[in-house]
Design a protein around this ligand. Structure first.
Ligand SMILES: Cc1cc2nc3c(=O)[nH]c(=O)nc-3n(C[C@H](O)[C@H](O)[C@H](O)COP(=O)(O)OP(=O)(O)OC[C@H]3O[C@@H](n4cnc5c(N)ncnc54)[C@H](O)[C@@H]3O)c2cc1C
Length: 434
């Protein structure tokens, strides 16, 4: 079998439909929403777009067909996400986070949890279902699996056995979608919690489903400089009581976090590629037509031509790494942790520089806000920082896999399965509490 980078007819159709939706439906609303001063207004303005995205199947395409979802592969999802993100990377983050909240149910959930939530998300005819993935904390998330009970995840869920409930105290900072369209909560929030106050991160963490309307939970919106079309909140828990049947992955919350950020990594990586692609598209057209006061278009200057060819090469290389990481994930039942992480760190870090190179090609006019370049630059800042920041959580995971004696430089070329284990966690954590 040859190595085949061609899109199938079905993937080409997905790409075309996503591109048309992005340009015709997403762009006008996202451009308006991005300029709104209030972040919750910006998010709410996206609701009609979300409804149309749901009607086209973009909000559920990654969910399994047996639960009513589209049954698309991760590679297929990447094809759609690239088109949406090339227009606005904030809105597709809403879809990505729905996935981050729901995908763990497939591996760690009970039958009842899966049957309750996945079909509801997959068959959301009103186009308003939201799920939140609630991990990050104000004190920091990079060391979420720290061996000390005093460090890492600090949202505590104490078991009240007599009442068959968990009682949640603490705060999360940055979760996307979690506040819902009306700041009364997403339909469901999958929260990573500490269920053991005395153990370290490899034993003490679990996840729990907190449903909309749970008393004792409140939300405040974060006003961020980019990705303004998705919502991020501070989520506060003051004695919130959650039925014990909503618990999943008891003692394995650390593995759940790592696996989840492996699934999202190539998706976040292709988002970075998409924004760079949009900047490249603008810069190429500009270079072919703008003269800079000279006799011909600036693309005739070697400096511009060379830089454009470097930009194009980085984008192509980034895209194929994302496809490879997603393909490996699909072929290995969600494993491929180092490759997923590497696609995110490589593309997230590199594409931010690619966008700036495109600005250098355009020249000073790149700073004029009537052109899209300034927005691309702003949006590109997010990619190294979000979805498990590149410097810490993503690289720590790749590092842990590579330190395992079973890993070899051929692992991904040969498509070998490499199961992620707790022994790969904890790399780069300074464990002594001063
Ligand atoms: C648009 C957007 C959407 C988001 N969506 C969600 C969401 O849905 N759910 C959610 O829970 N969060 C979400 N977040 C938050 C985000 O994904 C994480 O909190 C973030 O990636 C962690 O960032 P950090 O590494 O900077 O964390 P911090 O813990 O704040 O780290 C701060 C700095 O310290 C460094 N550092 C600390 N310890 C180490 C170490 N051991 N090794 C190396 N470096 C270290 C980090 O590299 C970083 O430079 C979102 C953020 C944004 C912007």
């Amino acid at each position: 079998m040859p190595i085949d980078f061609d899109l199938t007819a079905e993937q080409r159709k997905t790409k075309d439909v996503a591109r048309e939706f992005a340009r015709e439906v997403l762009r006008p609303v996202a451009d308006r929403a991005d300029a709104l001063p209030d972040p919750q207004d910006a998010f709410r303005a996206m609701r009609p777009v979300y409804e149309q995205a749901a009607a086209l199947g973009f909000t559920s395409m990654f969910l399994p067909a047996e639960y009513g979802g589209g049954g698309a592969s991760t590679v297929d999802f990447l094809v759609a996400i690239e088109e949406l993100c090339a227009v606005d990377p904030g809105f597709p983050t809403v879809l990505l986070v729905n996935g981050l909240a729901l995908m763990p149910l497939l591996r760690y959930g009970t039958d009842a949890q899966r049957e309750r939530w996945i079909p509801r998300a997959a068959t959301d005819v009103r186009g308003d279902f939201l799920a939140g993935w609630v991990v990050s904390e104000r004190g920091g998330t990079a060391n979420f699996d720290h061996p000390s009970p005093q460090a890492g995840i600090q949202l505590v869920a104490d078991h009240d056995r007599a009442r068959g409930e968990y009682v949640l105290h603490g705060e999360k900072h940055w979760p996307c979608n979690a506040g819902g369209w009306d700041l009364e909560g997403a339909d469901v929030n999958l929260c990573v919690v500490r269920t053991d106050r005395r153990a370290g991160g490899k034993e003490a963490l679990s996840a729990i489903l907190v449903e909309r309307g749970t008393p004792g939970v409140s939300y405040t919106v974060i006003d961020k400089m980019a990705h303004r079309t998705c919502q991020n909140v501070t989520m506060t828990f003051r004695g919130a009581r959650v039925p014990e049947e909503n618990l999943l992955a008891p003692g394995d919350g650390d593995l759940l976090v790592n696996r989840n950020f492996t699934w999202s990594a190539p998706i976040a990586a292709i988002a970075a590629v998409a924004v760079a692609r949009a900047a490249y598209d603008f810069a190429l057209k500009w270079a072919r037509t703008y003269t800079g006061g000279g006799a011909g278009p600036i693309i005739q200057h070697q400096a511009v031509g060379h830089l454009l060819s470097e930009v194009a090469a980085k984008i192509e290389a980034g895209r194929y790494l994302c496809w490879k990481a997603a393909h490996h994930l699909d072929a290995s039942g969600g494993e491929g942790h180092a490759l997923g992480a590497m696609s995110k760190t490589f593309c997230g870090d590199l594409m931010q520089g690619v966008v700036f190179d495109c600005m250098r090609i355009v020249g000073v006019n790149a700073l004029d806000r009537k052109f899209p370049m300034a927005r691309y630059y702003r949006e590109s800042m997010v990619f190294p920082l979000y979805d498990a920041g590149n410097l810490a959580m993503q690289r720590r995971r790749a590092w842990g896999v590579m330190a395992d004696p079973a890993f070899s430089p051929d692992t991904f070329v040969d498509g070998d399965p490499m199961v992620f284990t707790k022994s790969m966690e904890g790399y780069g954590v300074i464990s002594e509490i001063g």
